[in-house]
Write a protein that binds this ligand. Structure first.
Ligand code: GTP
Ligand code: MG
Length: 352
């Protein structure tokens, strides 16, 4: 088994020697190469990497026309000759000593092995609380929006190993910053393993991450949702929901004006009929490929989602009105949040 360790770099000269030294110790006995993909760093990281190539098995790629972390990793995949690829940062936030554990997981049958901050034994060190919060929040959004990766605890880690076949012939989009998420959605694999590790602060040099990152991340999640067909589901779910409004209003009118029923009570069966209408269309159309649970379970959780949505809507309405927000705006926010909650419960539970 030959290993290719792919390291994207930009101004990482100060970290390179220690990085190579620790990789070479960690991979003693392995057949391996280190591939540095450098975007023409002003500190001449590429040049120093070439010099170190006298002592370590290094292949240096100096890109002068392209820039960007993900495209650098994809380029590394193309240049790599190994059977297993390891991707890691140069700044020693990713301890090379973890690489053998990743390789062990691959040998044990995983096609993708992730060095994970969010499995027991892993973590982050010296992070401000808001960086932790953003990291956790971003991962939660990704896992909720992309059911395929919902069981992966750290789908945005920059430190992972995979078999060559996972990405071979796969068209990866270099625009997103989180290449692992791209691979987990588009790659060809069966089993994913996560190995704990502690992510610290960078040793030297500067962070390349700006405030634009969060917005770019959300755009990336959105693109992957589209690619997965999850956005289509969301649109269908919306249309079905709108059809339910007409069913609810229509039956309410029939029961009150036609049958002379009590206005308050008549809305109970009218609402139930709308719920059944929505369930039927979602079952036959929105989630038609996901009928894994028995019908009665789907019906039950669909009702629970409807009830949860109604409670959430009312709580948000009451809370925002109490805080002084105009009541129609408060209700609108409640409706939108309730809609998202209902979609997620149904996507992950009813048709999960
Ligand atoms: N080739 C290339 N490498 C990059 C680019 N941006 C970042 N990198 C490298 O990718 C790795 C991760 O970037 P960092 O700036 O450390 O990102 P981070 O670890 O999330 O942030 P810090 O905690 O501040 O270090 C490092 O090895 C960088 O040198 C780029 O545009 N091109
Ligand atoms: Mg870093």
């Amino acid at each position: 088994m030959r290993i290719s360790v792919i390291v994207p770099t930009y101004n990482e000269r100060e970290n390179l020697e220690e990085l190579f030294d620790r990789i070479s110790r960690a991979l003693e006995g392995y057949d391996y190469e280190i591939i540095i993909v450098d975007d023409d760093s002003p500190d001449r990281t590429w040049e120093f990497a070439q010099q170190l190539g006298e002592r370590y098995p290094v292949k240096v790629i100096r890109r002068t026309k392209e820039k960007g972390l993900s495209s650098a990793v994809i380029r590394g995949f193309r240049e790599a000759s190994g059977d297993v690829f390891v991707v890691m940062d140069a700044d020693l936030q990713h301890p090379p000593e973890v690489i053998p554990e990743l390789l062990k997981a691959i040998e044990d049958g995983a096609e993708v092995a992730i060095a994970s901050r969010y499995v027991p034994g892993g973590g982050v060190r010296n992070w401000y609380w808001y960086r932790k919060l953003i990291s956790r929040g971003a991962i939660m959004i990704g896992r909720l929006a992309l059911p395929k990766i919902r069981n992966v605890k750290d789908p945005v880690s920059g430190f992972f190993a995979l078999r060559r076949e996972v990405v071979e012939g796969v068209n990866l989009n270099p625009v997103g910053f989180k290449i692992l998420m791209e691979i987990l959605i588009k790659g060809k694999y069966g089993k994913v393993a996560e190995v704990p590790f502690t992510f610290g602060l960078r040793k030297a040099g500067e962070s390349k991450l700006g405030t634009k990152t969060m917005l770019n991340y959300l755009r990336h999640v959105y693109r992957l949702m589209r690619w997965e067909g999850e956005l289509d589901r969301l649109i269908k779910f919306t249309l079905v929901g709108l059809s339910g409004v007409f069913v609810n209003e229509g039956f309410l009118w029939l029961f009150v004006s036609g049958f002379g029923w009590d206005k308050i009570l008549a809305n109970v069966p009218a609402t139930e009929l709308a719920i059944l209408n929505n369930f039927t269309w979602n079952d036959l159309w929105t989630f038609k490929d996901l009928k894994r649970k028995p019908l009665w379970r789907r019906l039950l959780t669909f009702h629970i989602a409807a009830l949860t949505g109604a409670v959430v809507q009312w709580l948000i309405y009451a809370g925002l009105v109490y805080l002084g927000l105009y009541y129609l705006v408060a209700n609108l926010i409640g409706i939108v949040v309730s809609f998202v909650v209902r979609f997620l419960v149904n996507r992950h539970v009813t048709w999960g």
